[in-house]
Unconditional design. Structure first.
Length: 125
């Protein structure tokens, strides 16, 4: 019998600031890596999301002066945490990241799927 394919809303969690020294070029490279993973998920039939896609425009609008300021602390991780509560799964990508690892722990506590590679994600509709 064939498995039923189902589209999932999947949070892509990876390093944003880790190992960058807050260098804007390195931060952008991390966002690009998450977006590339998100595109692969979309093409596999899923709805991919990143916390960065929602948090970064809010931070700019709020007047954030850079990673780690008070506005960043108020908005960045809380947006991802709220987003995760609405997702079916997490795809953990990239290297060390306290924030991404926190999303994985939280996802597992909420009995959500946690994928550690694109090859683990079943095709969606």
């Amino acid at each position: 019998m064939n498995a039923v394919r189902r589209s999932q809303m999947i949070l892509v969690a990876g390093p944003y600031r880790s190992g960058t020294g807050d260098d804007p070029v390195k931060l952008e490279a991390n966002v690009r890596a998450m977006n590339q993973a998100a595109l692969a998920l979309f093409r596999a039939g899923h709805l991919p999301v990143t916390g960065e896609a929602l948090a970064l425009p809010l931070l700019e609008t709020a007047g954030c002066t850079g990673p780690g300021d008070a506005l960043f602390e108020e908005i960045f991780h809380p947006v991802a945490e709220q987003l995760l509560s609405r997702c079916d799964a997490v795809l953990r990508i990239g290297g060390p990241s306290e924030g991404a690892d926190r999303m994985v722990v939280r996802a597992r506590a909420e009995n959500k799927h946690v994928y550690t590679g694109l090859d683990e994600v079943p095709a969606g509709r």
